[in-house]
Design a protein around this ligand. Sequence first.
Ligand code: ZN
Ligand code: ZN
Length: 260
Amino acid sequence: MHYIAVCILSLLTCCLTFPLPQEAGNVNEQQWEKAQEYLKKFYSYKPEERINNLQNKIKQMQKFFGLTPTGILNANTMEIIQKPRCGVPDVEEFSLIPGKPKWPSKVVTYRIVSYTQDLPKSTVDYLVDEALTMWSKASSLVFKKVRKGHADIMIGFARGAHGDFNPFDGPGGILAHAFAPGKDLGGDAHFDNDEQWSDGSKIGINFLFAATHELGHSLGLGHSSDPEAVMYPTYTHKNRKDFGLSKDDIKGIQNLYKKR
Ligand SMILES: [Zn+2]
Ligand SMILES: [Zn+2]
């Protein structure tokens, strides 16, 4: 009698522990959860569409980052998944951004609506100006700063939920996001105020690097799979003197807007 009871119990325990699918490779449960969240956010993975979809999404992500597309999570893939990055998906949803949105006029207005406690306001102003100058030098665009009312590109810092259904996630993870050109939220760039922002002189996320990347989205560029590109989705710390638009970024912006 006693023996039977033990048997049933162990059977139950066995049924309650879900084995991870083959696509999980050797990762642990926590990493598996993180990977699924990542694929949902950045590769429009929908778990209800089941198995094949999952393998394809892992392959798609691996291809984007220049890894061997095995469709199975491995150490290289997990390493990228754990890096801090931009919140904009690597694969745009057609339903959200149809066509190639761009600003119709070569004069684009911007306004800085809120700041971070980590940097003096004048530093943020200066770095935004520096980021926009990079993009305008490579294209026909001219940026005009406004101090009140609506601007094409509204720039600000916020934490957690901030009114656009894309809540920030606290320190690390998603650092910032921006919207492609368009009305209302279109063109706006938001920076997660739970990050430690830096001008490069202290430890923290370099605001110039993040701003140049996000403003690229504000102008209509998507993510690049070229690790040298400013439009690469994960954050990499570089020396200031090595930072600038890559050939790939310049090709992108000149595809949307003519040369100067
Ligand atoms: Zn991005
Ligand atoms: Zn936002």
